[in-house]
Design a protein around this ligand. Structure first.
Ligand code: NDP
Ligand code: OXD
Length: 311
């Protein structure tokens, strides 16, 4: 049995050594140096070249090296017969919680506008309305591993938090909405909107002019999910009309964000380089080795996704 690492741009050697640390008997190969393709039963993948995974006819499980699996399922030749497992890891969840808390608190304290006052040498302590935390309404799109955790952490700081998911949820201290019918309701109450949805055909382009028009005027947007959620050309008009006050974006349709992209220099946009949270091989390699052992024993692999739903 051999394990393929197919993650161009990631530290494949580091992943190989972490796998071997947990199971010294594994035969690990790194794309494109693959030996016998028929021997490959398991793959660790991050943005593999389209079509590449289809060439491994004995592949049983693909382990996404992130929480998202859109980078696999958007490949038209992805072998849908294989099991797909994704990262669910306490460090990944903590990293996202820290990112969301940081940028929600920045929005809550009007920090983006205060940064502009500093650049303009303006001392004005009354220019921006400050709210108490319990008057600040936050909406989280996606109440899965990451969204649920962020919602609970924000509620613990005293914020008025709501969340939206595909299926109904009941989470203590969080106002839960579901399905398309619940979307307008959460938008209407969210002064700070955080997107933590998976990118699927259902959610592609969800952050658009129509959605912005349903938020309270002057809302803040935080997108830490996928660039494909945002209709990019709708964002700057929404910011410049005052419909949105600020957008914090970690993810983009094209990454790295092209040098000439207007988001880089816009004063109402904060850009971070898709590092809201990062998979740590030291912790995740253990999960993957255990997942391969489950598959070899004929047991269910943990953290699998529903390929038809796309997450
Ligand atoms: P989960 O699969 O655990 O959660 C997804 C949530 O979205 C669920 O609550 C699900 O609803 C909801 N959802 C899915 N489709 C719909 C829909 N059509 N309408 C309403 N709700 C929907 O994912 P995670 O929380 O682990 O991760 C979310 C995303 O975050 C990842 O897919 C990835 O794209 C992104 N990410 C970004 C990182 C970064 O560094 N920027 C790092 C890690 C992840 P239900 O609960 O009903 O199934
Ligand atoms: C992920 C990511 O999906 O880092 O984990 O984007």
């Amino acid at each position: 049995m051999s394990v393929l690492i197919i993650a161009p741009g990631l530290k494949s050697e580091w992943w190989a050594s972490e796998l071997s640390r947990h199971d010294p008997d594994l035969e690990v190969c790194i794309w494109p140096d693959i030996g016998d393709p028929n021997a490959v039963e398991y793959a660790l993948a991050w943005k593999p070249p389209p079509g590449a995974l289809a060439t491994f006819t004995n592949l049983k499980v693909v382990f996404s090296l992130g929480a998202g699996v859109d980078h696999l399922l958007t490949d038209p030749n992805f072998p849908t017969r294989v099991v797909v497992s994704r990262v669910v890891d306490p460090y990944l969840t903590a990293g996202m919680r820290e990112y969301v808390l940081l940028h929600v608190l920045r929005a809550h304290k009007n920090q983006p506008a205060l940064d502009q006052q500093q650049r303009d040498h303006i001392w004005d302590d009354r220019a921006h309305e400050l709210r108490q935390a319990d008057e600040q309404t936050i909406g989280i799109l996606g109440l899965g591993e990451l969204g649920h955790n962020c919602a609970v952490a924000l509620a613990a700081l005293g914020f008025d938090v709501a969340g939206w998911s595909r299926t109904a949820k009941d989470i203590a201290g969080i106002t839960c909405f579901d399905d398309r019918g619940g979307l307008d309701a959460i938008l209407g109450r969210s002064r700070i909107l955080v997107c933590l949805l998976p990118l699927t055909p259902e959610t592609e382009g969800i952050l658009n002019a129509d959605l912005f028009s349903k938020l309270p005027k002057g809302a803040h947007l935080i997108n830490a999910a996928r660039g494909g959620h945002l209709v990019e050309e709708n964002l700057i008009p929404a910011l410049e009309s005052g419909r949105l006050a600020h957008a914090t974006l970690d993810v983009f349709r094209s990454e790295p964000l092209p040098d000439a992209h207007p988001f880089w220099d816009h004063p109402q946009i904060t850009v971070t380089p898709h590092n809201a949270s990062i998979t740590d091989p030291r912790s995740v390699a253990r999960q993957i080795v255990d997942g391969m052992a489950c598959s070899a024993r004929g047991e269910a692999v943990p953290n699998t996704v529903d390929v038809k739903l796309g997450y």
